[in-house]
Design a protein around this ligand. Sequence first.
Ligand SMILES: Nc1nc2c(ncn2[C@@H]2O[C@H](COP(=O)(O)OP(=O)(O)OP(=O)(O)O)[C@@H](O)[C@H]2O)c(=O)[nH]1
Ligand SMILES: [Mg+2]
Length: 450
Amino acid sequence: MIVKSEPIAAISTPAGKGAISLIRASGDNILEIISKIFRFKNPEVSISNLKPRFAYFGYIVEYPTGKKIDEGILIYYKAPKSYTGEDMFELTCHGGVYITRKVLENIIRSGARQAKPGEFTLRAVLNGKMDITQAIAVNEIVEAQNEISLRVSLNKLEGKLREWLKNVKETVLELLKEIEARIDFPEDVSEDIDLKFIESKITSLIREVENIIKKSEKLAPFYRGVSIVIAGKPNVGKSTLFNVLIGEERAIVTPIPGTTRDILKEEITLEGFPLKIFDTAGLRKSADVVEEIGIKKAKEVIHSSDIVLFVLDASQGISEEEIEFWKSIEGYKLCVLNKVDLKDISLPDIFKPFVKVSAKEKVGIEKIFDFINEHLKKFSDIDIYLGDFEKNNLINALEELKKINVWDMPFDLIAFHLKEFVRKINHLIDIKDLSEEILERIFESFCIGK
Ligand SMILES: Nc1nc2c(ncn2[C@@H]2O[C@H](COP(=O)(O)OP(=O)(O)OP(=O)(O)O)[C@@H](O)[C@H]2O)c(=O)[nH]1
Ligand SMILES: [Mg+2]
């Protein structure tokens, strides 16, 4: 059971040695806990005249012995003007692993309990400091690895998703009002025009919601990390290209086809974007059991990657198999015609977009980076991202709209589905509509101390 005001505490900075650590506490009896573990350097300051949101220098002491354990800065926040909406304090101490744990232990001994992951933010939501989409945004910001996810999640924190949800809800409520009027006074309306009007309203709503979901899915790679796989026949130069892209001799390169068997993975940063790059086994029918497993794994990675670099060997020409494989790649793909230092050939249009390179001579590689960069920039105008919880709720709500068939459904049934839509949308807007179990599941993935 969620007990709102029970005092909780946690280390909010990452585990490990650092310059300083921050320990947070929230709930009832915060002042009493402070009095047990903190001694103000200024003798004129005491618990009774402590000013909220001021920084106080002092000693952190062991409870109950009163023995000094560190020096630190304490800030007290008085409810409701705090992150959680409860009484809180934040205590900064020296950033050693041992000392930080010791300070937390003493806060716990003074009456707080260890906070669960995301519990401070959960309380902020329960106390109306933020809504569920904003809480999710807080976590996304903590996890953000690139400009795009950071920008989009900041939008969410500022209420962009909530605003949109509210607008959609408002539109449905208006429509609902009109439909209910027709249930009450059916003789007042000309049915034909009416149904067309309702249908068009619902269709455009469905389109709007679907559009948001589709756009948001395009941003998913920026949240889980953009992955790029190098694929192609054996010996075309995949591993050579892999080594050039990551800037080190990581993969074994030999003139023997079938050199790479396992998947190799390295991370690089391109203009601030962390990218995961995979080298894979060459695709062919193989009698070798190990190689065959490698090829199976390669196909899985190709399938799940965001960008496929499909390598061809210009000196060997193009095979039917390669044309078939290229066609079968569904996602975003670039054809890399390699070994043009040996021979330059023209490629059939089907291989567009393509670049010509020599991985061995490191020629043309920047064109691959330009392509990746172009791809990443395409998403700069998308401004709403739906996390799993938000997306599933929205898809669920959307089902209700899709069930409506205005031509073959009584008004009260249409109204029912619209109400269900609103009820499901409310899960994202109004905390009252969420069960404790769902709430706890949302916050499970948060950091401790957040
Ligand atoms: N001339 C030339 N040779 C290259 C080029 N790229 C790779 N090679 C050579 O082609 C051979 C195969 O290169 P790898 O990088 O091992 O090819 P791979 O596609 O990883 O091969 P598998 O792992 O067997 O599938 C090696 O002898 C490389 O030196 C290139 O741009 N020009
Ligand atoms: Mg290889």
